[in-house]
Design a protein around this ligand. Sequence first.
Ligand SMILES: [Zn+2]
Length: 90
Amino acid sequence: MVRRNRNYRHRDRHHIIPRSRGGDYRPENIVRVRELDHQAYHFIFDNRTPPEIIERLVERFWNGNWEYVREAYERNATLYHGRQKGDREV
Ligand SMILES: [Zn+2]
């Protein structure tokens, strides 16, 4: 549930794997995000799991081009290798 707190420092807790889909309360499954980002995320992706989101993006927006997406992912993974958790604003 998204709260209506407009405090700019407020961060919602978002479950990477939604609780309704079997996600739990472990810290690895919870990220803190700005409220508006959180609302936008669920507006676009509802309560889908990350693999379901990737599948939807590939099939509906990227012409089912799994091979190219896989290659791009591997390039980015190499690019970001060694990045510390929390280095980038969500
Ligand atoms: Zn959420």
